[in-house]
Write a new protein. Structure first.
Length: 156
């Protein structure tokens, strides 16, 4: 019979801040190295693909404000991409800008990829609210075998 504990879990504010600075770093700081690495690779892959597909103008807080709210949850990486966009592409004349920016649906796909990465990191930051120190994703064959036997009504 599982124990019912009403102990409050501590809120890991430092881990949440680290998770925003670099997605996955919050979990790594709690000792969840495998989970943090998978989060980091997944979210950074989406940001990189979005920037490569849509160009650096896929992040634009001036023209795409609502998208930027979702994108900024990826942290300083997205703010850096937006800063590059505002300093390099925004001042260019329209004729020159057309050769450097992603056009039409390609730009929208890049914007969407980076926004999905930001929303994924938001969910990851919410996960840090209830994360336990050192409780990593470790699933061995013995664990799965034990779970399967409990599902059949076997008594332990």
């Amino acid at each position: 019979m599982p124990k019912n504990t009403n102990q409050e879990q501590p809120v890991h504010v430092t881990a949440i801040i680290l998770g925003w600075i670099l997605p996955g770093l919050g979990h790594i700081s709690l000792g969840q190295k495998r989970r943090g690495t998978l989060i980091m690779v997944g979210i950074m892959f989406l940001v990189l693909c979005g920037a490569l597909v849509g160009g650096i103008d896929a992040v634009d807080h001036n023209k795409d404000g609502l998208w930027f709210i979702a994108q900024v949850w990826c942290g300083p990486v997205v703010i850096g991409i937006d800063l590059l966009n505002q300093t390099i592409l925004a001042p260019l004349p329209i004729a020159d800008k057309a050769t450097y920016v992603g056009l039409s649906h390609v730009n929208e796909i890049g914007t969407l990829c980076i926004a999905m990465a930001g929303l994924m990191n938001f969910v990851v930051l919410l996960d840090l609210l209830q994360a336990k120190q050192g409780d990593d994703l470790v699933c061995t064959f013995a664990d799965r075998k034990g779970d399967a036997s409990m599902g059949r009504g076997d008594k332990q």
